[in-house]
Design a protein around this ligand. Structure first.
Ligand code: FPP
Length: 242
């Protein structure tokens, strides 16, 4: 179960239990947030990256041991070059930031997606951060050049390369980018869109979905609390009768 504890008589603190092991976020609304302020979209991504740091830290503090964030999709390459370059620059800065927190926050980072599309130097830095954090325990998955369909195709191709002519669900699961973690219990999408946009298609089959109008740069700890409270109101049946 989970309980609420008053902290400093101000903020209520939620602690989750093992029924909420993995929360995944579709971080939408950076562009709209910036536009509302008359600023370029890149400004929204910069603020969005700060929100991402804060929300990942907060999730860890309330006992969520696995967090996934959708930072860049296989489709996002279609965006203007200036915007793609700005996100890549933020990614470089984010890797530096990870080195300042991975030990103290016990973060084991994984980058989900095909790293082959990134420049060689960036790809090496992504792989090094995964290696350098491998002994830690709280899983952070950053989906980059990630697409759910692409991930399933990638898994099947790996199985074909292993010589399989027939596969099981277990075989596919073992070859997804998320083989190291449980499926998401809760998927949260910000900014009012009611869809999952090619995110964790396989793993999300039984995830609880939570949609909020809050734009990602404004998404806060109290918004996480609302999503968690909503999760605990749901009855999960996984196709069975409970
Ligand atoms: C969706 O908002 C957001 C993205 C496609 C990128 C998410 C990126 C970040 C949160 C920051 C980058 C962080 C790293 C570490 C790479 P949108 O641009 O689609 O917003 P809109 O729907 O309002 O236009």
């Amino acid at each position: 179960m989970f309980g609420f504890k008053k902290k400093n008589n101000k903020q209520s603190e939620i602690k989750v239990d093992e029924s909420l092991r993995h929360v995944a976020f579709i971080m939408d609304g950076n562009g709209r947030w910036a536009k509302k302020r008359g600023m370029p979209r890149e400004y929204g991504h910069k603020k969005g990256a700060e929100t991402m740091k804060n929300i990942v830290r907060y999730c860890g503090s309330i006992g969520i041991n696995c967090v996934t964030v959708y930072a860049f999709s296989t489709e996002n390459w279609k965006r203007p070059e200036k915007e793609v370059n700005a996100i890549m620059e933020l990614l470089g800065q984010y890797i530096d930031y990870l080195y300042t927190v991975m030990d103290k926050d016990d973060i084991q980072v994984h980058f989900l997606g095909d790293k082959g599309r990134f420049p060689a130097e960036l790809k090496e830095r992504l792989e090094k951060a995964e290696k350098d954090s491998a002994s830690h325990h709280k899983i952070l998955n950053v989906a980059l050049n990630y697409g759910g369909r692409d991930e399933i195709v990638h898994a099947v191709n790996r199985l074909i390369a292993q010589g399989k002519t027939e596969v099981t669900e277990h075989d596919i699961e073992e070859n997804l980018y998320t083989a190291h973690c449980p499926p998401p219990d809760l998927i949260v999408r910000t900014a009012g869109e009611i869809r999952t946009s090619n995110f964790l298609m396989w793993q999300g089959a039984y995830s609880e979905l939570y949609f909020t109008d809050v734009l990602w740069p404004e998404f806060s700890e109290s918004d996480v609390d609302l999503a968690v409270k909503e999760f605990y109101k749901r009855t999960r049946r996984f196709g069975a009768v409970v």
